[in-house]
Design a protein around this ligand. Structure first.
Ligand code: EAX
Length: 326
């Protein structure tokens, strides 16, 4: 009797322990981004989830909220600051409004190619900018990627800045980008991404600019006829965390988040590279005209004043460091 009772107590105790562990363990991480669940961000979200859940042995579970279901990127960054979202994959578009040091990355024609951009973001400069985020009530986890941005519109083929004149172009909510399009003679209209498809469909704007990855993932061919590979700016993505969740974690737990973000960035960059290879053919198949051999020189010249506006306010130190990094 005694043995049996001991065993029963022991089993009861074990069950209770397991139960309480499970209750404690179920920390759900809310991860948001604006792109569809077939996008390069979603590939990155999957890698984040897989890595964090594996490293933490189930202590954290990740719930992905794609397609802007938690709002646009600016709204989600605010969400990180107040703790309504835990992790966000976002372009740097609206990030400068929170962390002005990141505006430098949005300067047109700053990076020459993917290798240079990735190298800068993975090196000292990228690390410094991630660290800066904590001065602004955000946690910078890793630099991921959106891609080089190109122009699409529903009116005409764009070969030169003159062709963009008078065009109503949706830009991200980013001062540097707005200025660059103003200099091109276009009429920039800042707007959150989740509103963009409808705005294009209804003709509120004539065009937009985004990397091939985003054009593919958002079915923009349904509402845009022309794509010109202007490659006018490299668009990084940042994987950001909420200080409200992350500041309360142990060093070990924080490291799991860092590694998950790293795995996410790697998976996303691979997908970006794949779509850079295959995306144009796919978009042509869908009926878009794609102008691939655009001469960047006149565009570069047209947007030059955006640099002065940036350096007047923030100086040229960071810019010089990036430019001398290749
Ligand atoms: O981050 O707003 C944009 O155009 C972004 O490129 C998009 O949301 C992906």
């Amino acid at each position: 009797h005694f043995a049996r009772r001991t065993l029963a107590v022991a089993i009861g105790g074990l069950a209770a322990t397991t139960l309480s562990l499970q209750v404690q363990a179920a920390t759900e991480v809310t991860l948001g981004h604006t792109l569809s669940d077939s996008s390069h961000y979603s590939v990155g979200a999957d890698a984040f989830k897989e890595t964090l859940e594996r490293l933490s042995d189930g202590e954290f579970t990740v719930n992905e909220h794609p397609s802007g279901s938690l709002g646009g990127e600016r709204a989600m960054i605010e969400g990180l600051q107040i703790g309504t979202v835990d992790v966000v994959i976002t372009s740097t578009g609206p990030l400068g409004n929170f962390v002005p040091e990141t505006y430098v990355l949005d300067l047109p024609f700053l990076f020459e190619d993917y290798d240079q951009a990735r190298c800068v973001l993975d090196g000292e400069i990228g690390e410094e900018l991630l660290t800066k985020m904590s001065d602004h009530n955000l946690v910078g986890l890793a630099w991921s990627e959106n891609g080089f941005r190109h122009m699409t519109n529903s009116l005409r083929e764009i070969n030169t800045p003159e062709d963009a004149e008078g065009l109503k172009v949706r830009t991200m909510e980013n001062r540097v980008h707005q200025e660059a399009f103003r200099q091109m003679g276009a009429s920039p209209t800042p707007m959150a991404f989740p509103e963009l498809f409808t705005a294009l469909q209804q003709g509120t704007v004539d065009g937009q600019e985004n990397p091939i990855t985003v054009i593919v993932a958002t079915n923009f061919w349904e509402v845009q006829d022309h794509l010109s590979l202007t490659g006018h700016v490299y668009s990084p993505a940042a994987i950001l965390g909420s200080p409200i969740l992350l500041d309360g974690l142990s060093d070990e737990e924080r490291e799991w988040f860092n590694q998950a973000a790293q795995a996410s960035a790697e998976a996303t960059r691979e997908e970006v590279s794949r779509l850079e290879e295959e995306g144009v053919a796919l978009l042509r198949e869908k009926g878009m005209t794609v102008k691939t051999d655009v001469d960047p020189a006149p565009f570069q010249e047209a947007v030059e004043p955006a640099y002065e506006i940036y350096t007047d306010e923030y100086g040229s130190e960071m810019l010089d460091r990036i430019r001398s990094s290749d």
